[in-house]
Write a protein that binds this ligand. Structure first.
Ligand code: ADP
Ligand code: GLC
Length: 491
């Protein structure tokens, strides 16, 4: 049994903008289910308090509270614990920083000006609270993305005998006997990079405001600014990314976002560990979908397909391929390529259902496409968990043409739901989807369609391959579905 703590800026169902929320929730739960004493700590956002109320979960005041004292001010916090089954969940309640609409930005899409401060306070409060909540020495502190990277910095600099970054903070009640002295002494820090495209880059004066030393190229400095992701990469005992291919890619200039030199430098403690998916993503027991099904009996999937088409007012007979996509509208995801190939999908007489939100220009472009091709394109602009399950279950194939993808979860959900994914060969997509070639179809290894170049021509080719196999080779298509459904996608 290990005692493991995850610090994350989001976790389902409390607060969620994407894959990090899924992974923080499902990895900690999977460790707990495997017998570890695994904990999850996140900020008590206004949204998280709402979720608790909606789901009838009591947030109990643990009695552990304190103050974080930084050069720019003092922030009071208290630790709440969710009274719910599963691994323990702690929410750090600091209303001055987290009681507002939005996780990282307001409704105007402008990032909060105090984001660095918000997460620095969260990390310091969590480090103060945890020794008073867990029952003995911690083995692993697992920090995710730039928001919590400073946890690795705090542990390592204290261990190196430097003045602790957390000096001056207060916390009550007194620490239990096992944690007298440095409670983090024997604890290893693991830092996971979920997406190098979000490095937590801030003007250099932020370092002074947060009391951070080490503003130099081997430390936190990044091209004249500071990048908080470096607090994790430089100081964690182990650094992971979320797939083996992405772990290789980030060491190249093409994918390293300016950090490739540093990541090559830490190669001996950089690992690619593929994400798993939550056991709730199973078509056999998904409360969001019209009918259950599994690899042995796919008949329920036809009902899910009919329900999805009805929901979007589309019509398609059984031989018409229905493509689905669920995504953030961000450059990374290549949804603009999906928009580019809509005329090709129409020419193939296929259908397309898109769920997503983000880039306003792309939202407008899909709205225009939907208006131009109302019989072929279904669109919902927004974030809707239930609908994301209905798209995965109801579509025949799933489009995920990401320009880069550290791991990606939707292609895993797609395979689990018998909805072969069409993906660009990059990152975790390359690691998880096996292209349907004559050889892989014959051997039973094929699970989807993989194209080489992230451009409209690449996606157009792969969509054509998928539509052809779907229409002309129903038996091969069944085999493709079953191969994805029977793979182990768990942690
Ligand atoms: P990323 O974290 O880069 O966005 P992932 O594939 O790892 O990509 O995870 C995305 C997660 O967010 C998935 O669980 C997906 O279902 C969910 N998601 C993305 N967009 C939406 C949306 N518009 N509505 C509901 N869920 C969404
Ligand atoms: C990031 C990545 C995505 C990954 C997710 C969870 O959001 O963009 O590829 O699956 O984190 O690790």
């Amino acid at each position: 049994m290990s005692r493991v703590v995850h610090l994350a800026s989001e976790a389902r169902p409390w607060a969620s903008t994407g894959g990090l929320a899924e992974v923080a929730a499902s990895l900690s739960q999977a460790q707990f289910d495997a017998g570890d004493d695994a904990w999850l700590v996140l900020p008590a956002y206004r949204d998280a308090l709402r979720v608790a109320e909606r789901e009838g979960v009591v947030l109990r005041d643990t009695g552990v509270h304190g103050e974080v004292r930084l050069p720019v001010g003092t922030w009071a916090w208290r630790a709440l614990r969710a009274d719910a089954p599963g691994r323990p969940v702690v929410l750090v309640d600091c209303p001055a920083l987290f009681d507002r609409e939005g996780l990282y930005h307001g409704p105007d899409h402008v990032a909060f000006a105090d984001n660095a401060l918000r997460f620095a306070v969260f990390v310091r409060a969590a480090l103060a609270a945890l020794p008073r909540l867990v029952q003995g020495p911690l083995d692993v502190l697992h920090a995710h993305d730039w928001q919590t990277a400073l946890a690795a910095y705090a542990l390592a600099t204290a261990r190196a005998g430097e003045p602790p970054w957390t000096a001056g903070d207060t916390v009550a009640p007194a620490s239990p006997a096992w944690s007298q002295g440095d409670p983090w002494q024997g604890c290893a820090a693991v830092f996971t990079i979920h997406n190098l495209g979000y490095p937590g880059r801030f003007p250099v004066h932020v370092a002074g405001e947060l009391g951070l030393r080490h503003v130099h190229p081997e430390g936190l400095e990044f091209y004249g600014d500071v990048a908080l992701i470096k607090a994790g990469v430089v100081w964690a005992d182990a650094v992971t990314t979320v797939s083996p291919t992405y772990a290789r890619e980030v060491r190249t200039p093409a994918h390293g976002e300016g950090f490739d030199g540093l990541l090559r430098h830490v190669s001996d403690r950089l690992y690619g560990v593929l994400n798993g998916i939550d056991s709730a993503w199973s078509p056999a027991r998904d409360p969001h979908i019209a009918a259950p099904y599994d690899a042995d009996d796919l008949s329920g999937k036809a009902a899910c397909r009919a329900a999805l088409l009805a929901e979007f007012g589309l019509q398609a007979d059984a031989s018409t391929p229905v493509f689905g996509s669920v995504s953030r509208f961000a450059h990374q995801k290549g949804l603009d390529l999906v928009a580019d190939v809509v005329p090709d999908l129409v020419a193939l007489d296929a259908r397309l259902v898109v769920l997503g939100s983000g880039d306003p220009a792309l939202e407008a472009r899909f709205r225009a496409l939907q208006a131009t091709y109302p019989d072929h394109v279904g669109l919902f602009v927004g974030y809707d968990v239930g609908l994301s399950h209905r798209v995965e279950a109801g579509a025949d194939a799933f489009l995920m043409p990401s320009r880069y993808e550290p791991c990606g979860l939707n292609q895993l959900y797609s395979m689990a739901y018998g909805t072969p994914p069409v993906v660009h060969r990059t990152g975790g997509l390359a690691d998880t989807v096996t292209h349907a070639s004559p050889t892989t179809l014959a051997s039973g290894a094929a699970t989807g369609f993989v194209f080489e170049h992230a451009d409209a021509a690449g996606l157009r080719w792969a969509v054509g391959e998928a539509a052809r196999l779907f229409r002309d080779a129903p038996e091969a298509w069944r085999a493709l579905q079953r191969a994805g459904m029977t793979r182990d996608h768990s942690w």
